[in-house]
Design a protein around this ligand. Structure first.
Ligand code: URA
Length: 408
């Protein structure tokens, strides 16, 4: 077999066999295929797509590139949840303790943010002492003890995804729905849960921008889940507007705690109830309606919030240390009218510039900075009304955030 023939086959829109995919991708993992050759193949895949069979085969190759977590020592049904990423997406921090306090075991390996989308691990590292890197044994023991654990992904779990994702990120090949499906589902399968919930984000602040693409991605993720014997549910949710009010690491942990204390009358609260109830219904094999009653109960009686505190303590975090910058800039409206849109992409870009995200791999992030939105879509805005507050540190004036607010 020859890598150039394989690249040319994809360039000519032909499908690749399991052996050809394995030769190219495992060859790249083992440094036998060069990164410029893999970049070329990835771009051909982005442009010409893959058949369902190719997608399932490549997912299998990704899964087998590393170890699969054996969760058989944990009793009962294990559920996992994944979001395809967005701005202000702190749902994992809220959903995991809700689901765990309903008695369902939630298994969650999370990533760091890159570019404008945040990552759960960075958010948790706003809490001093919080241990985000757990061994497999520690991870399993925590789920046995408190029904949940959130850890960064171990190096030997789908290592091919890690290496390919880093290359995609710098070669303009992140937006292929085939490559997204393979990346997300290979990690979920290797992580070993019995049932998987995918929160598929669509909109300006997401990797997938149109409903049409989202439906294609949902369909193939479902097929991958079925193929690997994992019950998979996909919920498509909006990411043209940031999720919730707070964007930035500590700020998002604070908002997550606020929702767990019962402040659920918002778009964020609505999504939380939907995702958590779906997971509880999967984990307990009960109807969505009964699961929703359980979810509301654990929020209202404080069990979900207490589970969050228990989880933070278990992973050595000290919640009393959570800090936001004391240096703030208030952004006022220059216009009058109805707020039609808060552009998630622009808000994400400004938050990243303030220091809450990385502009390139390996950059340090500032957990104390970010943005708190003060208005919602549909609000009537007067000139001089506060649109948002920026929590700043080193970068103070390198942006124009007013243009994120479309007022007509
Ligand atoms: N999340 C992932 O893990 N991989 C992708 O390709 C996109 C979102």
């Amino acid at each position: 077999m020859n890598i150039i023939e394989i690249i040319n086959k994809k360039r000519l829109k032909q499908s690749l066999s399991y052996e050809e995919l394995e030769y190219a991708f495992m060859g790249y993992l083992e440094n036998k295929v060069e990164s410029y050759q893999m970049s070329s193949l990835l771009m051909a895949i982005c442009i010409n797509g893959m058949t369902d069979e190719e997608i399932i085969n490549l997912t299998d190759i990704f899964v087998k590139s590393g170890d699969c977590l054996d969760l058989s020592s944990i009793e009962g049904i294990k559920v996992d949840k994944h979001s395809t990423g967005g701005i202000g997406d702190k749902t994992t921090l809220i959903i995991a303790p809700i689901v765990a306090s309903c008695g369902v075991k939630l298994v969650k390996m999370s990533g760091r943010g890159l570019g404008i989308t945040g990552g759960t691990i960075d958010k948790l590292e706003s809490i001093k002492g919080f241990k985000t890197s757990l061994s497999n044994d520690e991870f399993i023991q925590e789920i046995k003890d408190i029904n949940m654990a959130i850890s960064s992904q171990t190096d030997n779990l789908a290592p091919l995804d890690k290496k390919i994702y880093e290359l995609r990120d710098v070669t303009g090949t992140t937006n292929s729905y085939a490559l997204i499906a393979i990346s997300v589902m290979s990690k979920k399968i290797a992580c070993g849960a019995d049932k998987i919930l995918i929160d598929l984000k669509v909109g300006s602040g997401a990797l997938i921008n149109t409903k049409e693409e989202a439906l294609k991605l949902a369909d193939i993720m479902q097929k991958i889940g079925n193929h690997f014997g994992k019950e998979t549910k996909i919920i498509i949710s909006n990411m043209s507007t940031p999720l919730g009010k707070n964007i930035g690491n500590s700020l998002e942990v604070i908002e997550a705690m606020d929702v767990l204390k019962g402040n659920i009358n918002s778009d964020l609260g609505e999504l939380i109830i939907l995702l958590a109830s779906t997971l509880v219904s999967l984990g307990k094999n009960i109807s969505y309606e009964i699961a929703k009653e359980e979810v509301l109960k654990v929020i209202n009686d404080g069990r979900a919030y207490n589970k969050f505190l228990e989880f933070v303590k278990y992973q050595h975090g000290d919640i009393s240390t959570l800090a936001v910058s004391q240096d703030t800039i208030v952004i006022k409206s220059e216009k009058e009218g109805t707020l039609k849109e808060i552009n998630a992409k622009k808000i994400g870009e400004v938050s990243m510039l303030l220091g809450s995200g990385r502009q390139k791999k390996g950059d340090d992030i500032d957990h104390t900075v970010g943005i708190v939105l003060n208005k919602e879509i549909g609000n009537y805005i007067h000139q001089g009304d506060i649109l948002c507050t920026l929590y700043v540190n080193k970068v103070k004036n390198d942006f124009n955030i007013n243009e994120a607010f479309i007022i007509e």
